[in-house]
Design a protein around this ligand. Structure first.
Ligand code: WT7
Length: 638
């Protein structure tokens, strides 16, 4: 990506309109927080949340682990629901837009949501779910997913949400790793006007797992018959008592697990704690999106990803806000859909991914022109670097040059946004995410872990004290946790992203490991290779990414067969196989069948060289290869 030089004059400073309503109006906050970050977070945790019991020591660090508010006691659900009931019981907590335009938008007030959550907590308890148990959730963007996750937090059970577009195999792996006994799912959902069935995938996924019962939401069709393992969400909730006494939890007890891709074939279960995560979700939502009581926030991310957890659900609810969720795709029935949703629901904060913006950019401005979009105040982006053209289009066409773009950099591991400009402070510069969030610190280092000069690209690391929203380990895998985040650079959290910093402003340049971002979704090339290698007659494979105009990056795969020749149908079959084993998002855009993969003497596949060939660059390091001829062969077929 081209380096963007910060010049005065092309900065989009906060407007007076935003300054007037901003929680944070100037950059003094950064200095204040920096003086004593632990004290800063201590105060914010007390101010932002309701605690049953306070803590003695705010932050304890014994790397690779660290604890925030240890000894503190609270219940997450009290903070997301109960505390709002007195003043905001009749306020809309959730607005759900179903995909079919024939169905009505559904609104749930805090009172209504709370009643359902209490009832569902009783349902779970009746099924034997206890504090500390893992409950798996495989649901689309429907209100029941929010009811389910909140019910878990009320009991103190650990939820593990699996993205509903993932395959049965992907679900199975996650069920096995978390050893969930209860799975909450649905018969299906609507996507692009079609019925997508989940129950078939569930039936397949639970074989060979510990799942005893599946609670199934009826979204598509009534009166469907299931085996005795399945029970109806609707029927159970109807029978249940309407109050469940929330269990008091330790601040450092786990709130949820969320699996994400790393550099190996196996997804990692990222664990987030209650107190630290809640504090971080609360304040980053409030300050980054400048959330006030009358705001309506729409974060378009699916709950299957961390963005959905933190900014579609938990952040807005902890703040007593109103959040919008939408079941379907942005282009159904046409490209007007999203903008309609914004106007109709008077959305003030809109948060999405560059890949979606690029899609609308390609579709053309005409779809935007019919809509006012005049309720919008703040627009945000997340998931991958945003290029200057996309940024400017978003700023001008969606934000009408009024709304600041909050470009939030973060990860599944960080729980909430760590780097972004604040609405009332700025600056808003295309491709620059901004400053580290108050009370957090990042630097850019070289391979030896030494800080590089301003403006130089290197590895982005986080410094102690680590932010309260940070992960608390990888589920049942302490070694992986230590090796992934705290091994390469001493006492620093390794983000695996490249970046440069100039005048404290941070520009992210992208992943430095074998993780790729397809339409903002995180995928590991190793996971894809594993899936491909399992297919019959495949000897080995290598996956690399190439740039894509809409999706940012897409995977391309190089495959060596055990015997015989490739056929067109084999390419099709392999793509289908990926859909089945991981999900359609991981489908390679192209599969090349080759005789040999370029390898070093020690047998390491040189993916970088494959990338060079695809990008029509001169491959470097051919000297180290044991089979340099393989490169010529591959060049011929591309
Ligand atoms: C990776 C984390 C955090 C929510 C969604 C993704 C990339 C994320 C940005 C941004 C440039 C970004 C990084 C990061 N990324 N936000 N604003 N600018 N890159 O979470 O799936 O865990 O992926 O997404 O490479 O490491 P995730």
């Amino acid at each position: 990506m081209k380096k963007y030089i910060i010049k005065k004059g092309d900065k989009y400073w906060p407007s007076n309109e935003i300054k007037k309503i901003a929680w944070i109006k100037d950059n003094k906050i950064y200095k204040q927080a920096d003086k004593n970050p632990v004290k800063f977070w201590d105060k914010l945790a007390k101010e932002g949340l309701i605690w049953e019991k306070s803590w003695k020591k705010t932050y304890i660090e014994k790397l690779p682990y660290f604890w925030w508010f240890k000894g503190g006691k609270l219940n997450f659900c009290i903070n997301a629901l109960d505390r709002h009931l007195k003043d905001k019981g009749d306020k809309t907590a959730l607005i759900w837009v179903p995909e079919p335009t024939s169905e009505k938008t559904v609104k749930l007030t805090y009172n209504e949501l709370s009643k359902k959550v209490n009832k569902f907590a009783n349902v779970l308890e009746k099924l034997g779910v206890k504090k500390g148990d893992v409950v798996a959730i495989y649901l689309p963007m429907i209100p029941e997913v929010l009811i389910a996750i909140l019910a878990c937090t009320r009991i103190g059970a650990i939820h593990s949400v699996v993205f509903s577009a993932f395959s049965a195999d992907a679900l199975k792996t996650r069920l096995q790793d978390g050893k969930a006994k209860i799975l909450i799912s649905a018969d299906g959902y609507y996507r692009r006007g079609e019925k997508e069935y989940l129950d078939k995938k569930v039936n397949k996924a639970i074989i060979g797992t510990k799942v005893r019962k599946v609670i199934i939401v009826n979204r598509l069709s009534k009166n469907k018959k299931y085996s005795r393992k399945f029970i109806s969400f609707e029927k159970e909730i109807e029978k249940a008592d309407s109050y469940y006494k929330p269990r008091m939890m330790n601040s450092e007890d786990p709130l949820f697990i969320l699996y994400t891709s790393g550099t190996t074939g196996k997804p990692k279960g990222v664990v987030h704690d209650i107190g630290g995560y809640a504090t971080y979700a609360y304040w980053t939502t409030k300050w980054n999106f400048n959330l006030h009581n009358d705001d309506v926030m729409w974060c378009t991310a699916d709950v299957g990803w961390i963005t959905g957890h933190t900014y579609a659900f938990y952040g807005p609810l902890l703040n007593g806000g109103t959040t919008v969720i939408y079941e379907g795709t942005p282009d159904y029935p046409n490209y007007n859909r999203w903008w309609n949703i914004i106007d109709k629901n008077k959305i003030t904060v809109f948060y999405t991914a560059p890949t979606a913006i690029r899609m609308f950019m390609k579709a053309g401005e005409k779809f935007l022109k019919k809509h006012k979009l005049n309720t919008l105040r703040i627009i945000g982006t997340v998931g991958e670097p945003i290029d200057k053209d996309t940024w400017e289009w978003y700023f001008k066409k969606v934000g009408k040059s009024r709304c600041p773009i909050i470009d939030t950099w973060w990860q599944t591991e960080t729980g909430g946004s760590l780097i972004n400009s604040l609405p009332g402070v700025g600056p808003f510069i295309p491709t620059i995410s901004g400053y580290s969030f108050p009370g957090t610190k990042h630097i850019v280092v070289n391979e030896k872990g030494k800080k590089v000069k301003d403006g130089k690209i290197g590895s982005l690391v986080q410094l102690s004290p680590f932010a309260p929203g940070m992960l608390h380990g990888i589920y049942k895998n302490p070694k992986k946790y230590k090796d992934t985040y705290f091994k390469r650079f001493r006492n620093k959290y390794d983000t695996s992203d490249g970046a440069y910093i100039k005048n404290k402003l941070i520009r992210i340049t992208g992943r430095t490991d074998d993780v790729i971002k397809v339409a903002g979704h995180r995928l590991s090339t190793a996971e894809l290779e594993n899936a491909i290698n399992k297919y019959s007659n495949i000897n080995e494979s290598a996956v690399v990414s190439i740039p894509d105009k809409i999706k940012g990056e897409v995977p391309v795969s190089f495959v060596v067969l055990k015997s015989g020749n490739s056929t067109l149908s084999l390419e099709k079959q392999l793509k289908k196989h990926i859909d089945k084993t991981i999900g359609p998002i991981a489908r390679p855009s192209k599969i090349y069948f080759v005789k040999e993969l370029p390898k070093t003497r020690s047998g390491k596949i040189m993916r970088r060289i494959l990338k060079n060939i695809l990008n029509k660059e001169k491959p470097e390091g051919l000297m180290t290869l044991v089979n340099p001829d393989s490169v010529k062969e591959i060049e011929k077929i591309i």
